[in-house]
Design a protein around this ligand. Structure first.
Ligand code: ADP
Ligand code: MG
Length: 605
């Protein structure tokens, strides 16, 4: 580690927010129980029915929030997944005499499977095209429910769905409410564990900055499919409860406006906010129902509500400024405690690039680019603007596929692998313009980089098992250590988007280091840095290489290059113009003419 002076924490408000509003769990538990038991005190059937239905809606909304709010996949077809869960549960109970609990599990599985089928186009289409596909999916499902008369009963649906039983005793309406409420609490708690874990950070990264996610080793495909499966399973469970509460289900129950209703609920509640779907359901579903006397004004109430929200809370109720302190929380870990960060040495690997060719239409960006970066040393790649430096880094890290040529990492040929696979092999990178998650804290941005090294499985994370907690503690401690390393520990709880560019670059370097890379690719890290920061960057790069990481740096700053790098390759029009030690290369006349000359005239062609 190198000694570095830390920046003073200008975002003191943000870090103190971290302790504000944190009630003891017991207080929370009592408050939640009290709120949930409210409907039981009113003996009225109607209140119980409404409360149970609200719980069912909440289950769907909580799941949809994971998919749309966190993973950024807009689904207009969630009602169809509820329908699939509902019909599966109902038919297994009525026709095959399964117990509700088993049938509901089957309903969840069926919905999850259907969700994955619905997801397939999402992997190719942009958000809004995909949303239209989900809408069509919902239409097809309702049509099938009508057409497959033999199985589903057509228009008249499934009737005589029995109540769930426990020990042979059918549940009363109050008991059913308790069961639904328990499931809502569990679902809420599970998603809370999920969104605060590496998977939550990964979903948000996939939504807001796919390049950053991929560079951290996250497979966009897998994380989206995961979000679909979770959210569809919850919709399926809700469907099961819907069936037994209603005792009759028909295709009309699951029309397209049913699907759109859930989207409205989570948008109004606040997309990607934990409490969003809860608040959204209470306001959008329960409030109008309770305004019974005003039924005829209902549409008007909705309209005014939407208008007011659009004006005063464009990010939904839980996205309002007053919740800011509540929402900015990187971690539940007390960072003052010292946790052991395992510091195994990184694998030392040499990077060998040969014969890279890359065309972009008529532009030949790379024309035989080749270089060798020795293990544990820094190699610089220089050249005029447009000479193919960034393209070279993109090919090495797999973001662009070269037409010809190879990239060897140690003995492994990584050419042709997907970028997240290359990241997992130990290649970290930064981008010419920093790619951070602006709405996330600095600490969580860095933790994202450690995505691959965390060990808890999705099930362990959702259930909050010990390994998930250990991961949380370790990733936070490791990120904090890295922030100290780059001199930004004081900004751990600031929002990344609030930082100036120079510091964002350092955060990005810390994020890349969190993956414990064998090879670190830096694309113009010194651009826009002050002399002071430049000096710190130099020390930082030296320290990184000293830990055994091979560094490939693209840079214009010749003094910095001379200081940190052992060897240099000069590119011009995608070709190697010169290579050698900094001393040799910079005294080369040809280089001076091609590179320095142009640099003097603005550095571009
Ligand atoms: P450098 O990083 O050395 O400034 P780049 O590698 O970014 O240069 O670009 C090399 C050449 O390839 C430039 O002429 C640039 O316009 C072109 N280029 C780079 N990326 C793309 C792309 N995605 N599509 C089309 N042309 C590109
Ligand atoms: Mg570039």
């Amino acid at each position: 580690m190198i000694p570095m002076t830390e920046h003073s924490p200008p975002a003191a408000a943000a870090s103190s927010a971290n302790v504000a509003l944190r009630l003891p769990p017991a207080v929370w538990a009592v408050a939640v129980l009290a709120a949930l038991s409210l409907p039981l005190w009113f003996r009225g059937e109607f209140i119980l029915f409404l409360a149970t239905r609200a719980g069912v809606m909440m289950l769907v909304a909580v799941g949809l929030n994971v998919l749309t709010g966190y993973a950024g996949q807009v689904s207009l077809g969630h009602g169809a997944l509820v329908a699939i869960g509902s019909y599966t549960t109902a038919l297994l109970m009525v026709d095959a005499h399964w117990s509700f609990w088993l049938a509901a599990l089957a309903g969840m599985a069926a919905a999850a499977l259907a969700g994955l089928v619905m997801a397939l186009p999402a992997l190719r289409l942009s958000t809004w095209y995909f949303a239209l596909v989900t809408l069509t999916f919902a239409q097809v499902v309702t049509d099938l429910l009508v057409e497959m008369r033999g199985l589903t009963g057509g228009f008249s649906g499934v009737v005589g769905i029995p109540a769930p039983t426990i020990g042979g005793q059918p549940l009363s309406a109050a008991q059913l409410y308790v069961a639904v409420a328990a499931c809502v609490v569990l679902a809420f708690w599970g998603t809370r564990n999920l969104v605060r874990s590496r998977l939550g950070r990964g979903m948000v990264a996939a939504r807001d900055n796919p390049l950053a996610a991929t560079a951290s080793g996250i497979s966009l495909l897998r994380i989206k499919l995961f979000a679909f499966a979770i959210s569809a399973a919850l919709a399926g469970l809700a469907g099961g409860f819907y069936a037994v509460q209603n005792t009759v289900i028909t295709p009309e129950d699951f029309s397209v406006d049913f699907s759109i209703f859930f989207l409205l609920v989570i948008v109004i509640g606040g997309l990607g906010k934990l409490w969003g779907p809860v608040i959204g359901t209470l306001i959008f579903f329960l409030l109008p129902e309770l305004l019974g006397a005003l039924q005829s004004w209902r549409l008007m109430v909705y309209g005014v509500m939407l208008l007011v929200l659009m004006l005063f809370a464009p990010n939904g109720i839980m996205g309002m400024k007053i919740w800011r302190r509540w929402n900015i929380r990187s971690t539940d870990v007390d960072l003052d405690e010292s946790h052991d960060v395992h510091n195994a040495p990184v694998a030392r690997l040499t990077l060998t690039v040969c014969g890279l060719q890359k065309h972009f239409g008529g532009v030949k960006a790379l024309n035989g680019c080749a270089l060798t970066a020795e293990a544990g040393h820094t190699h610089a790649l220089v050249g005029p603007n447009g000479s193919g430096k960034t393209t070279t880094l993109n090919v090495i890290s797999g973001f662009i596929r070269s037409d010809q040529g190879n990239v060897l990492l140690g003995e492994t040929d990584v050419s042709g692998l997907a970028p997240h696979e290359i990241a997992r092999l130990g290649v970290g990178r930064t981008f010419q313009t920093p790619k951070l998650l602006n709405e996330m804290t600095v600490l969580d941005n860095v933790r994202l980089g450690g995505f691959v090294s965390e060990q808890a499985t999705a099930a362990e994370i959702v259930l909050g098992l010990p390994r998930a907690h250990r991961d949380q503690r370790q990733s936070a401690a490791a990120a904090m250590t890295l922030l100290r390393f780059v001199g930004l520990a004081g900004l751990a709880h600031a929002l990344a988007g609030d930082l100036p560019h120079g510091q964002q670059r350092l955060v990005e370097i810390a994020r890349a280091l969190a993956g414990r890379p064998s090879l670190l690719l830096l694309d113009e890290p010194a651009a826009g840095l002050s002399m002071d920061e430049l000096d710190r960057l130099g020390a930082l790069i030296e320290a990184i290489a000293a830990q055994g990481t091979t560094v490939l740096i693209v840079e214009h700053h010749l003094e910095l290059i001379a200081r940190v790098s052992r060897s240099v390759t000069v590119l011009d029009r995608g070709m190697v113009l010169a290579a050698g030690t900094p001393g040799e290369v910079f005294s080369n006349l040809e280089v001076e003419r091609a590179y320095m000359g142009r640099e003097g005239t603005g550095g571009s062609r």
